[in-house]
Design a protein around this ligand. Sequence first.
Ligand SMILES: C[S@@+](CC[C@H](N)C(=O)[O-])C[C@H]1O[C@@H](n2cnc3c(N)ncnc32)[C@H](O)[C@@H]1O
Length: 232
Amino acid sequence: MCRVSDSPEVAAAEFHHAHIRTFKPRRGRVTQKQNAALTNLNGPIITVTDQLLDFADIWPGLDDVVIEIGFGTGTATVAMAMADRTTGLLAIDVHTPGVGELLHRIDEEALTQVRVIEGDAVVVLKQMIPPHSLAGVRLYFPDPWPKARHHKRRIVQPEYAALIATLVRPGGFWHLATDIVDYAEQMIEVLGASPVWAGGPIDRPTYRPVTKYESIALDAGRPITDLLYRRV
Ligand SMILES: C[S@@+](CC[C@H](N)C(=O)[O-])C[C@H]1O[C@@H](n2cnc3c(N)ncnc32)[C@H](O)[C@@H]1O
């Protein structure tokens, strides 16, 4: 089982593509059911490698594959996958208990179109996703990194907007949501400056369920911004 903190493969991959981490490695208790899902060798988990994924092999007969970066506990991931079983979904996060939780829920709901990677999405995007292969990318409530000196850790940066543009097919989408006002502004600035992304703020779409992190933000009275961009 691949762990972002202790797997030599991931460490090598991260060394190869040295970059500032967009997440703070955190420990968390893995429950028994999460552990059972994490150690199930027949589960829908994909290991981080430096090889491109073969979408036709993983999702035979499905035309659209979407990536979700940073699914947390996967509550929204599961709800969206239950609402649409004909879109292949690759869900990526580094947090082991959340990965175990999502794997468990995928099994419970028989979500055969979902695959999960426990690892750094930046490494996965750089090494494993074929060019122009994605129907879209979901980035819901990325780590906020509120302090100005940490803004460089935010995942929505010109470099990653350009990288994601090489992976999403023309007409494909990038749906972002955040509860941090100056991060929403950063997203608008970064994607607005890119000639290959067109879009901006939208009303919250009904198809996006409230995520776990979002419900905490809503309880605290923070406003939510949804942004939708199309790959030109
Ligand atoms: C603030 S939480 C939001 C989780 C979930 N989307 C929600 O709304 O409840 C951000 C998540 O992104 C994950 N994350 C941050 N950077 C990541 C990266 N480079 N690769 C994979 N996951 C990442 C964190 O581990 C965390 O689970």
